[in-house]
Design a protein. Structure first.
Length: 273
């Protein structure tokens, strides 16, 4: 997990610029599932794996009555969350958000410290999801809710990735290895079972679809400045120019519909017993 945290330290700026906006609509939709909790009196929330504070900032803006603590295993991401909160929130709202560096399966809080917990696109990353879910349950008061959204297992192919791999093949590097994403939740029923085993009741889970439309230049910059920045920087200047030029040309041939990223997600809730 330390290695994972160090990776996110390195990519925090690119994540904020290129990946957080892709996740944002699906992440913030999770707040609908917590509306009734806040209306009923939930005031202190924890955002597990806050990243660049997308979910936390949206919660602060939506609910004037709540305070949010955002935790992240990566110091770089916690610093990015702080910077985003400074940038996006008015001073009075900013005081209702704080960040802590902590692992999801070792939260530095007393039992029953929070009224509710939320998390977006994090539980696929933790080395032991069962332990992280139990830890979330521990810090929520009895009757409080955990709501999270994360990836569902899927084998669909995003055509722009195919174009990029073909370009790499053309210059003799070879296509990237397939990422089998072992942390993705295998099914909606699987999400329900995992929450119940962690001690949650009144569990619900629903399949959804994240969709994000790239344009050619946006996808090129997404790859070169974030997703495959290390690979691109490892190329010679000539190779880099060839790869980027051929990538743009290949992407320009795709129908617009094939530039839309579509990935299945699961949104789930459970209440602490």
């Amino acid at each position: 997990m330390t290695e994972q945290a160090e990776r996110y330290d390195r990519i925090a700026a690119g994540y904020a610029r290129w990946w957080a906006p892709v996740l944002a609509p699906t992440a913030t939709a999770l707040l609908d599932r917590l509306d009734a909790e806040v209306t009923a009196g939930a005031r202190r929330l924890i955002d597990i794996g806050t990243g660049t504070a997308t979910l936390s900032v949206a919660a602060i803006r939506r609910w004037p009555s709540v305070d949010v603590v955002g935790i992240d295993a990566s110091r770089g991401m916690a610093e990015a969350a702080t910077a985003e909160a400074d940038r996006l929130l008015e001073p009075a709202d900013r005081r209702r958000f704080e960040t802590r560096v902590a692992f999801a399966d070792r939260l530095p809080f007393d039992d029953e410290s929070f009224d509710a917990a939320m998390s977006s696109f994090v539980f696929q990353l933790v080395p032991n999801r069962a332990a992280a879910l139990r830890e979330a349950r521990r810090v929520i008061r009895p009757g409080g809710m955990l709501a999270f959204v994360t990836w569902l297992s899927d084998n669909r192919v995003f055509q722009p990735d195919v174009v990029f791999d073909d370009v790499l093949d053309e210059i003799g590097i070879g296509a990237r290895e397939v990422d089998d994403r072992p942390g993705d939740i295998p099914s909606v029923d699987g999400a329900v079972r995992q929450l119940r085993r962690a001690g949650f009741r009144d569990v619900t889970a629903e399949r959804g679809l994240l969709e994000h439309a790239f344009d050619v230049e946006g996808y090129v910059r997404f790859l070169t400045e974030f997703d495959e920045e290390d690979l691109i920087q490892s190329l010679t200047r000539k190779e880099r120019k060839t790869v980027i030029g051929n990538l743009r040309a290949g992407l320009a041939l795709l129908p617009k519909a094939e530039l839309v990223l579509r990935l299945p997600v699961v949104a789930a809730t459970g209440r602490r017993t």
